[in-house]
Design a protein around this ligand. Structure first.
Ligand code: SF4
Length: 479
């Protein structure tokens, strides 16, 4: 914390305003100022403090970008340390790097490139800790006004599977409960999550929950050290000695959660652990799900999950023994080809226990950025379904494009195949978030024009394109 204070020493009054009044840009836990709505006391973590400099740093010297070969090989942290992008910049074919241009010239470079292509060959992608729902809404509206449905946001890379599966099964794409429900529930299960690192203040909630008797189980390929023992700074005893958090660990193979959850539902049915009254009153299709689970053999489930029948039965026993429980999950479950099916299986287990629709129970996808859920909800996703499409067209006064839009990863794939001319990218870095950075870099080169909009320089901005790369400086959320 002393280091953070030192790094922000030139902007302390502003940094203090960001901390004391701003909505945290660190993760989706969500806090305004230094308080939250779950517990009394200070809400602050190092993720937020480390990000503070992004909001207070001075501008970079544009000369540093005049020859980008000097920047190649620098880490993201080093590139960020260069400072903020202060003015619009353009790099034309054959240039070694970027030069500062007027806003008019940069806008014309972007607009000219979009005019020169067709909507089917133009894509827009947004992600950033700083982007707000309003930005996502306006960006997707602008993209559709320009005729393209190729518009997407970073939830694609994390929780799109949750949104789809939850909408299909529950009719609603977000968490069904609040963090307040953690405190006082009987059991919290963390699937494929490492909240100690990624949503640090939740450990404070978990600490409080454990004081009231909540048990914690972990289902993951790896028993994260932060979930075994964690040091909650605001609790003196925990800050000194640490606290044991997880009571149980259920080890599965990578991608094995789907088979694990199917096995758990099968075991739950066999052991009479289903909340029959809830299932009867609030669900449909249970008999079919039950038949399907019963038809699955234990041998196949063991092979696909990477664990044993006994472990699946032990987990089923653990959840059957809890009247109230909350299932929490992250990217360990969603980032697989069968991510949607895995979340559907998880929802089935939750519904079988009746853990929806009352206090101290819930199904909770836990997210990274604070804007990604909203981004998807306000329409920043490829293709609008009816009745939204008609509704938007009425409100906006222009028709929404009819062709099927590309998802984020499909956009990069299309660029790689030469099927896109112009790619407008707000925030993010495909060279660090997609599984094949070399292919992503090739895709970036094959575009005729790339338009980047960001606060700082990233490695994704450095490859040349066929014709032009435009950099627009962005504001932070606090500006
Ligand atoms: S836990 Fe998340 S919302 Fe809370 S301070 Fe840390 S980064 Fe911000």
């Amino acid at each position: 914390m002393a280091r953070v204070a030192w790094r922000n020493r030139d902007q302390w009054p502003y940094a203090w305003r960001v901390l004391s009044q701003g909505v945290c840009d660190g993760c989706a836990l969500g806090t305004t100022g230094l308080r939250d709505w779950t517990l009394d006391g200070i809400h602050l973590c190092m993720v937020r403090l480390e990000l503070l400099r992004l909001n207070t740093m001075p501008a970079l010297d544009p000369e540093r970008l005049a020859d980008v070969s000097r920047l190649e090989g620098l880490s993201s942290r080093d590139l960020r340390e260069l400072g903020r992008i202060p003015e619009p910049m353009v790099r034309r074919r054959g240039d070694k790097g970027f030069r500062v241009v007027s806003w008019d010239e940069a806008c014309e470079a972007a607009a000219g490139a979009i005019r020169a292509t067709t909507p089917e060959r133009f894509a827009v992608y947004l992600t950033s800790r700083g982007i707000l729902n309003e930005h996502y809404y306006v960006a997707q509206k602008a993209a559709r006004a320009m005729g393209t449905n190729h518009v997407d946001n970073s939830a694609r890379l994390c929780h799109a599977a949750s949104t789809v599966a939850m909408k299909r099964t529950l009719g609603y794409g977000a968490t069904t409960c609040s963090y307040r429900d953690w405190i006082g529930t009987d059991l919290i299960v963390l699937f494929g999550s490492n909240i100690a690192n990624n949503q640090p203040v939740t450990m404070k909630y978990l600490y409080e929950a454990r004081l009231r008797g909540t048990k914690v189980a972990v289902v993951n390929t790896y028993f994260e050290p932060g979930l075994r023992r964690y040091w909650v700074p605001s609790v003196p005893e925990s800050a000194i000695f640490g606290t044991r958090f997880a009571d149980e660990w259920f080890a599965v193979d990578t991608g094995g959660d789907l088979a694990f959850l199917c096995g758990v539902l099968k075991a739950l049915v066999a052991a009479g652990g289903v909340d029959g009254a809830f299932v009867e009153r609030a669900t449909s299709g249970f008999a079919e799900a039950r038949r399907q689970m019963e038809s699955l053999g234990w041998e196949g489930l063991e092979k696909d999950s990477g664990t044993t029948r006994a472990e699946m039965e032990r987990f089923a026993g653990t959840i059957a023994g809890a009247r109230n429980g909350i299932l929490v999950w992250s990217m360990g479950l969603t980032q697989h080809v069968h991510g949607v099916q895995t979340i559907e299986a998880l929802v089935n287990v939750g519904l079988a226990r009746g853990w929806v629709g009352r206090e101290k129970v819930g199904l909770m996808p836990i997210r990274g950025h604070s804007g990604v859920q909203g981004g998807a909800e306000v329409g920043c996703a490829p293709g609008l379904e009816e009745p939204q499409s008609t509704r938007f067209a009425e409100v906006w006064g222009f028709p929404c494009p009819a062709f099927k839009g590309l998802t984020a990863a499909e956009m990069v794939d299309a660029a790689w195949r030469g099927a896109l001319d112009v790619f407008w990218i707000v925030g993010g870095n495909f060279l660090e978030t997609l599984p094949d950075p070399a292919a992503a870099a090739v895709a970036m080169r094959r575009l005729r024009t790339r338009i980047h909009q960001d606060v700082v320089v990233t490695s994704m901005m450095l490859p040349p394109s066929e014709e032009t790369v435009v950099l627009f400086p962005a504001t932070t959320r606090y500006e």
